[in-house]
Write a protein that binds this ligand. Structure first.
Ligand SMILES: NC(=O)C1=CN([C@@H]2O[C@H](COP(=O)(O)OP(=O)(O)OC[C@H]3O[C@@H](n4cnc5c(N)ncnc54)[C@H](O)[C@@H]3O)[C@@H](O)[C@H]2O)C=CC1
Ligand SMILES: O=C(CO)COP(=O)(O)O
Length: 333
C-alpha cells in the first residue's frame, strides 16, 4: 500500500474508544476529537491525556480537540461516531443536518434499546439507505490501541468500493483494517459478544474453570451465528475478526468492561452498583434484552443470552442462571 494523503477526520465521542481511535488515526491524518464534556477536552488540550477515560496514555500534540460540534463536523471529510450506541441516532441526525454529504463511520456496538435495530439500520433511517457509510468493529481494547500495540479490525460497508477506499486511507501497520461487505454479520458479532463476555465473567467469577469457559465461547459463537444468519448475515463473517475474534478477546481479556460486569455479578453485587463503579458503558447490559426479543421474533434459540438477560433484568441470581444452562437437555452440536 503506497503513502496516503492526509485526510481531515472528526471523531465524535471522547470516551475510551473515541480517544484511542483519534490517537491512532492522528499518526497519519488531521484528527479533531469532539466530546460533550468541555472540561475534559480542555484537559486533553492542556496535558495531552484523557484522565477520565484513558488514563496513562500520552496523546499526540497534533491531536486537536473541538468543543463546538458544528465546527468539528464542518471541518472534516470523514465523520467517525464513537459514542455509546445510545448516542448514535442523535449524533448522526445532527451530522446530517449540519454537514451533509460526508463519509460516515461508526464504532458503536449493540442493538438500539427499545427498537432492537442494528447501527447501520439507525444510520439508514437517519441518513438514507444509500449513504456513504460503514462500521469499524473487531477485537480492539482501547487501552492497547491507544498505546500503539498491534490490532486488526474490520471496516464493513454495503458498498465494497467505499469499504476499500477507507481501508486504504485508515489502515496502518499497528492497526490493520480488513474490508468487509457483510454489515449485518459484523454488527451482530460485535453486539452479541458483549452479552457472551458477561456470561464468561460470571462463569470465571464462580470458579467454573477453563473447560467451562471454552464451552461457553464455542456455544456462544454458535448462538451468535444462528441469530446473524437469521438476520441475513453470511455465516463465514462470524468466523472472522468481528465474530470469533472479538468474542475471544472480550470473553478472556480482563480489560473488557462487559466481562468485568459478569465477574462482579458472580460476587453477588447489584447491577446498579457495578455500573456506577465501572464508569464506562457496558453495552452488553442493554443488548441482552434486545437480543432476547429479536431471537424470539425470529424463532432463534439463544439460551446463553436468555440466561444473562434473566440475570441482568429479571431477578435471577448468578447461580440460578448457570443452573438453568447446565440443566438443558442434550442435543446435537
Ligand atoms: N473501549 C473499547 O475498547 C471499545 C469500545 N467500543 C464501542 O465504542 C462505543 C463507545 O465506547 P467507549 O468509548 O469505550 O465508552 P466510554 O464509556 O469509555 O465513553 C463513552 C463516552 O461517550 C460519551 N457519551 C455518552 N453518551 C453520549 C451521547 N449521547 N452523545 C455524545 N457522547 C456521549 C461519554 O460522555 C463518554 O465520553 C461503545 O459502543 C463500545 O461498545 C468498540 C470497540 C472497543
Ligand atoms: O469491544 C471491545 C473490544 O473489541 C471492548 O469490550 P468491552 O466494551 O467489554 O470493554
Amino acid at each position: 500500500m503506497g503513502t496516503v494523503s492526509r485526510r481531515r477526520i472528526a471523531v465524535f465521542g471522547a470516551g475510551a474508544w473515541g480517544t484511542a481511535l483519534a490517537q491512532a488515526f492522528s499518526a497519519s491524518h488531521e484528527v479533531v476529537l469532539w466530546g460533550r464534556d468541555r472540561g475534559q477536552l480542555e484537559e486533553i488540550a492542556r496535558i495531552h491525556e484523557n484522565t477520565r477515560y484513558l488514563r496513562g496514555v500520552r496523546l499526540r500534540d497534533t491531536l486537536a480537540v473541538e468543543a463546538d460540534f458544528a465546527r468539528a463536523a464542518a471541518q472534516a471529510e470523514l465523520h467517525l461516531v464513537v459514542t455509546p450506541l445510545a448516542g448514535l441516532r442523535t449524533t448522526v441526525r445532527e451530522l446530517r443536518r449540519l454537514a451533509p454529504g460526508r463519509a460516515l463511520l461508526w464504532a458503536c456496538k449493540g442493538f438500539e434499546a427499545g427498537t432492537g435495530k442494528l447501527p447501520h439500520e439507525i444510520v439508514a433511517e437517519e441518513c438514507g439507505a444509500g449513504s456513504a457509510s460503514g462500521v469499524l468493529t473487531g477485537p480492539s481494547f482501547a487501552a492497547e490501541v491507544a498505546r500503539g500495540l498491534p490490532a486488526a479490525i474490520a471496516l464493513a460497508a454495503h458498498d465494497a468500493d467505499f469499504a476499500r477506499h477507507w481501508v486504504g486511507v485508515l489502515h496502518q501497520p499497528r492497526l490493520r483494517i480488513y474490508a468487509n461487505t457483510d454489515l449485518v454479520g459484523c454488527e451482530v458479532g460485535g453486539a452479541v459478544k458483549n452479552v457472551m463476555a458477561i456470561a464468561a465473567g460470571v462463569s470465571d467469577g464462580m470458579g467454573f474453570g477453563l473447560n467451562a469457559r471454552a464451552a461457553l465461547i464455542t456455544r456462544g459463537l454458535a448462538e451468535i451465528a444462528r441469530l446473524a444468519r437469521a438476520l441475513g448475515a453470511r455465516g463465514e463473517t462470524l468466523m472472522g475478526l468481528a465474530g470469533m475474534g472479538d468474542l475471544i478477546l472480550t470473553c478472556t481479556g480482563d480489560l473488557s468492561r462487559n466481562r468485568r460486569v459478569g465477574l462482579a455479578l458472580a460476587e453477588g453485587k447489584g447491577l446498579a452498583d457495578i455500573l456506577r463503579q465501572l464508569g464506562h458503558v457496558a453495552e452488553g447490559v442493554s443488548t441482552a434484552r434486545e437480543v432476547v426479543g429479536l431471537a424470539r421474533r425470529h424463532g432463534v434459540e439463544m439460551p446463553i443470552c436468555e440466561a444473562i438477560d434473566a440475570l441482568l433484568h429479571h431477578g435471577l441470581d448468578a447461580r440460578g442462571a448457570v443452573e438453568r444452562l447446565l440443566a438443558r437437555d442434550p442435543r446435537a452440536e
